[in-house]
Design a protein around this ligand. Structure first.
Ligand SMILES: [Zn+2]
Length: 322
């Protein structure tokens, strides 16, 4: 479909043999990283390469992040019910000490833009991502019922901002529904760089085939080409991504992707401008597959998005405290 952009390739059906087992193990082990560590210990960890490009990052033209003064609340964009932040079930969540992120800057990059659909020519403009030229931005995917990825990413970003600001972090969004399109992927990277962010996370949900399920975190490959030089941030970004993957499992109970990453929930890519052009630790997360009905049921639930936001945020906290 057009929303996946010209570089879409059908996902490889690589099913993890140990996804359910490792997640079950992860759920049994308390503590911030224990789940991830167990998970890591259980199996081999081949990195999926850049074998899939369904949803790219995005970026645009103007250049100030200009956080919106209005700040829509997370539930404002909720298609179902407002989240239930108390969520007793998963709340073995180590309560983070208030103010513990004072002085830290976190940039959240809500993938795509709800208005990209109306700006095809602008978002199709090519921008240089170091390794090659790529579309400024893409529309993103949607569920079969029409809940768009752009709405999803903004909602999760708002929830994360609430959580992280409560911890004392300075939080910036690359877009807050306040632009007519984009930003372009190169600008999304520049926003994190200019903010001297301690961590940047780009929020997405995938548009893969039905039956493909689960989340994966995308880590920057070590790239040195043109304006792209991720060598200084590759290791820290992996550390950030591993923290996020572990805490995402714990908070949501979701399994790592059954179609990329060989069950690790981690994929390394060198084709995303938002990662290639970053000079600060940065990862993407594909929270689930919008085109799978079971994953879609989660992604459209405000309560689930609250858990997702908490998992990603706690991963960031773990990384920053590391
Ligand atoms: Zn996306």
């Amino acid at each position: 479909m057009s929303y996946v952009g010209p570089d879409f390739e059908p996902p490889q059906p690589r099913r993890s043999r140990r996804g359910p087992l490792t997640v079950a193990l992860a759920a049994l082990v308390p503590g911030a990283l224990a789940g991830w560590l167990v998970w890591q210990a259980v199996g081999d960890h081949k990195e999926g390469g850049s074998d899939r490009t369904a949803s790219a990052a995005s970026s645009s033209t103007p250049r100030s992040a200009s956080p919106s003064p209005s700040r829509p609340s997370a539930s404002a964009t909720d298609d179902t019910k407002p989240g239930t932040p108390s969520a007793p079930a998963a709340s073995s969540s180590a309560p983070v000490v208030s103010g513990s992120l004072k002085g830290k800057v976190v940039v959240i990059d809500p993938g795509h833009n709800p208005a990209n659909f109306q700006h095809a020519s602008e978002i199709n403009r090519k921008v240089n991502i170091g390794t090659n030229w790529k579309e400024c931005d893409t529309t993103g995917t949607s569920t079969n019922a029409g809940y768009t990825e752009a709405r999803f990413t903004l909602d999760v970003a708002h929830r994360m901002r609430d959580i992280l600001e409560k911890q004392g972090a300075t939080v910036k969004l690359t877009q807050d529904g306040d632009r007519s399109f984009g930003p372009c992927v190169d600008e999304r990277a520049r926003i994190g760089n200019a903010a001297h962010a301690d961590a940047v996370v780009s929020i997405h949900a995938d548009g893969s085939a039905a039956g493909n399920r689960g989340f994966h975190v995308i880590l920057p490959a070590s790239v040195h080409a043109g304006a792209a030089d991720t060598r200084p941030i590759a290791a820290a970004s992996r550390d950030l991504g591993e923290h996020i993957a572990g805490l995402f499992v714990r908070e949501t109970g979701s399994a790592p992707s059954n179609y990329v990453g060989d069950g690790t929930g981690l994929v390394v890519r060198k084709d995303l401008g938002g990662l290639n052009l970053s000079t600060v630790p940065k990862v993407f997360i594909e929270c689930g597959n919008m085109r799978d009905t079971k994953d879609a049921a989660l992604l459209t639930s405000g309560a689930w998005r609250e858990k997702a936001a908490r998992g990603i945020s706690e991963g960031i906290v773990g990384f920053l405290h590391g």
